[in-house]
Design a protein around this ligand. Structure first.
Ligand code: IDP
Length: 148
């Protein structure tokens, strides 16, 4: 089953949105496979956002993502990578549709509440960066026969 890496960013943690965000993915029918509250180190931030290192906002992005705790998660389910991106909404919350997480809770691109992997390759890379294999839990959920 496909897995993705999702993370409530420091603004979402400070604004008490962890429960709300977890609730949306649970209610949709996805399975939580790993989760932890953590403070991202500078080197992990630079690695995670490596594709943006030449962009003018890179310094602010690294400073922001390391500024307080994040809630890192691994979610599992059919087509979870794309569906989670759809549930998050566009990168700029002012362009994100109502009903999406960024559309409902974000105001600026710099503080857009949530991160989610955008491809199979980035999901594998990001899960590997943030989680040890022993932190990913393999289990059967009783509701799966009512979801699929
Ligand atoms: P994504 O998070 O929707 O995948 P990316 O383009 O991968 O978007 O950018 C990563 C993060 O960098 C965004 O979530 C956003 O917080 C930040 N970011 C992207 N573009 C800008 C910008 O133009 N100014 C400031 N921050 C930006």
């Amino acid at each position: 089953m496909e897995k993705t890496f999702l993370m409530v960013k420091p603004d979402g943690v400070q604004r008490n949105l962890v429960g709300e965000i977890v609730k949306r993915f649970e209610a949709k029918g996805f399975k939580l496979a790993g989760a932890k509250l953590m403070v991202i180190s500078e080197s992990l931030a630079q690695n995670h956002y490596g594709e943006h290192k030449e962009r003018p906002f890179f310094g602010d992005l690294v400073e922001f993502i390391t500024s307080g705790p994040v809630f890192a998660m691994v979610w599992e389910g059919e087509n979870v990578i794309k569906t989670a991106r759809d549930m998050m909404g566009k990168t700029n919350p002012q362009e994100a549709a109502s009903g999406t997480i960024r559309g409902d809770y974000g105001m600026t691109v710099g503080k857009n509440v949530i991160h989610g992997s955008d491809s199979v390759e980035s999901a594998e890379r990001e899960i590997g960066l943030f989680f040890d294999k022993s932190e990913i839990v393999d289990y059967t959920k009783q509701d799966s026969t009512w979801i699929y």
